[in-house]
Design a protein around this ligand. Structure first.
Ligand SMILES: [Fe+2]
Ligand SMILES: [Fe+2]
Length: 306
């Protein structure tokens, strides 16, 4: 292999499949506040997804609808349309958990109001003149989404393989939400990166937006976990802490990703030959979706309606 080729993204063609959205629904009445029994820290660390994803994935869809006219490749256009359908459904499914949290005495509004501001205002459409400035801001956001999708795919792959959550009796409905979503993240893990390569591909932009996205994710996640721990009505002040040590410990226990795996994922994204299809398994994702209670019920409803 020549040096030039080694420096280009190397897609694994067999990992590509056509995408479709699954119109899932979940009922939360039986899900306890600490859906991982006896482990509020892990429960709330993962619960942060319900705070970030509704606004975040709505933002993906908003940005991608603006990029569609720039796509000159029919397969990529179909992938992006499939991605938009899946992300819109993810956003709704996580949003639907919030009333359940409120009923259990954990009102996430103070935090979600900030997240909404971040995605709708700070990362929203700015009043820019048509032309270079507007295109620059669109490409920045496309690159940011590619960086974030590196982590959604990482987390999707992790949760599909996180057997410790089963062993510790995690609530089956919450596990199915996380694994249905995780499996679709693995299914569509290449789309954001392929779109970025198609419309821009500038390595400096990729590295710069990765740094922004990673810093923002760490900051938001830590604040979100603290918010939940401090506002959990069943925890007193002392038990309500959320530190990096707790995160590290849960990683070693297998109930969260390990710190090492997260650190190792950084140089992989920054490698010039990186392509998301090199990580995770489409076959595993498809196999989960074929057995997921929510995804199979959605499929049955879709077939019944057809
Ligand atoms: Fe998603
Ligand atoms: Fe995604």
């Amino acid at each position: 292999m020549s040096n030039t080729k080694a420096r280009l993204p190397q897609p694994v063609a067999s990992e590509h499949i056509p995408l479709k959205a699954r119109n899932v629904s979940f009922s939360w009445e039986k899900t306890p506040l600490h859906w991982l029994p006896g482990d509020p820290f892990t429960t709330h660390t993962i619960n942060v997804l319900h705070l970030l994803l509704p606004a975040g994935e709505r933002w993906f869809v908003h940005v991608y609808k603006q990029v569609l006219p720039l796509i000159r490749d029919e397969r990529l256009r179909a992938d992006v349309i499939g991605f938009i359908g899946q992300e819109a459904m993810h956003s709704q499914a996580h949003d639907a958990v919030l009333p359940h949290l409120r009923e259990q005495g954990l009102d996430p509004t103070p935090y979600t109001a900030q997240v909404d501001w971040l995605f709708e205002k700070l990362l929203g459409d700015r009043t820019l003149p048509p032309g270079r400035a507007r295109r620059w801001w669109l490409l920045e956001r496309v690159a940011m989404i590619a960086a974030i999708e590196h982590y959604t795919a990482f987390l999707g792959d992790w949760v599909l393989n996180a057997r410790e959550l089963d062993r510790r009796g995690a609530d089956p409905t919450m596990l199915d939400l996380l694994r249905w979503h995780g499996a679709e993240e693995v299914e569509h893990r290449s789309v954001a990166f392929d779109l970025f390569l198609h419309v821009d591909g500038c390595y400096r932009r990729r590295a710069r937006t990765w740094a922004t996205a990673f810093t923002a994710l760490v900051f938001l996640w830590q604040r979100g976990t603290r918010f939940f721990m401090e506002n959990d009505p069943t925890l007193d002040g002392k038990a309500a802490r959320a530190t990096f040590r707790d995160f590290h410990r849960s990683g070693r226990a297998g109930t969260l990703p390990t710190t090492g795996a997260m650190v190792r994922s950084i140089p992989r994204y920054l490698s010039r030959s990186y392509h998301p299809s090199q990580e995770g398994s489409t076959a595993q994702a498809v196999a989960y979706l074929a057995s997921s209670p929510a995804a199979t019920a959605a499929e049955a409803r879709a077939n019944g309606a057809a």
